[in-house]
Ligand binder design. Sequence first.
Ligand code: FES
Length: 317
Amino acid sequence: MSMINAIVAAVEQVTPLVKHFTFVKEDGSKLPPFSGGSHVVVSMDIGGRVHRNPYSLMGSPEATDAYHISVRKQENSRGGSVFMHEHVTVGMPIKITYPVNLFSLAKKGHKHILIAGGIGITPFMSQIADLNRLGADYEMHYAFRSPEHGAFVEQLKKSCSSRLHCYIDSQGEQLDFKALLGDQPLGTHVYVCGPSSMVTVVLETARNLGWPERHIHNEQFLSPPVGEPFNIQLAKSNIEIQVPADMSMLEAIEAAGVEADYLCRGGVCGRCELQVLETDGAILHNDHFLTDSEKVSCKKIMPCVSRANGKRLLLDL
Ligand code: FES
């Protein structure tokens, strides 16, 4: 995948756990255009290993002199967010992918209900810029655990004014999903990004209330889970690779110098799908892309997030 050579132009601590990063192009020219809800994948060299994490673009899609992302520090993760917080400083070169949008607005929707939990606010920042530019009808519902963890609230008050509704858990404020989704005009679309528990409740509530599937949108990038090491064989490349405990299968394939497709690296887009030719163990499917029957058949795997626990896994790559 071709990459953009960028420079870190600014780093700002936004909340105790969230940092905001501004990237500009290394040669000073404009960055590629994008639409609200897009993300880029940031490439990081951590101790000689390349990590690639997806982050939503937050700035206005109209302003391409810089890209903006925010990263929540996850102490118990594989190190990408900690690296961004502790090692990425102003002036550092950084490689990012071209923007991809897997969470785009339904521009013909009559109304848009945006629901964010915590750091899930980030894709909505660029979507709000698009909605304001289009003069669209929308509501932004933003839940976070306490006032000091409410990232970008002042900015949102300015951009959304009365369309912004905040729910602060430590103050006993809860979002009533059923009431919110049960009282919307026909043609409304709902978008949710946040913890998986929140995404699940929103999806279930909307479906139970009879919302059409095409009006329900969610973004939920998964971090590749750690697990036991295992071996894979690549049939076309004719090599065997060990996947370490703290690396995804996709990262191990890339580290071995084999090119593999990806877009989200979070188990949602399906782009990295590989055919399983043989396996003698279980496949630990962690993606949100394959259907339940596809998962049971063990004929396909999403190497960005899924793992295996057998001795032999032969892939068509
Ligand atoms: S890259 Fe999107 S599902 Fe793997």
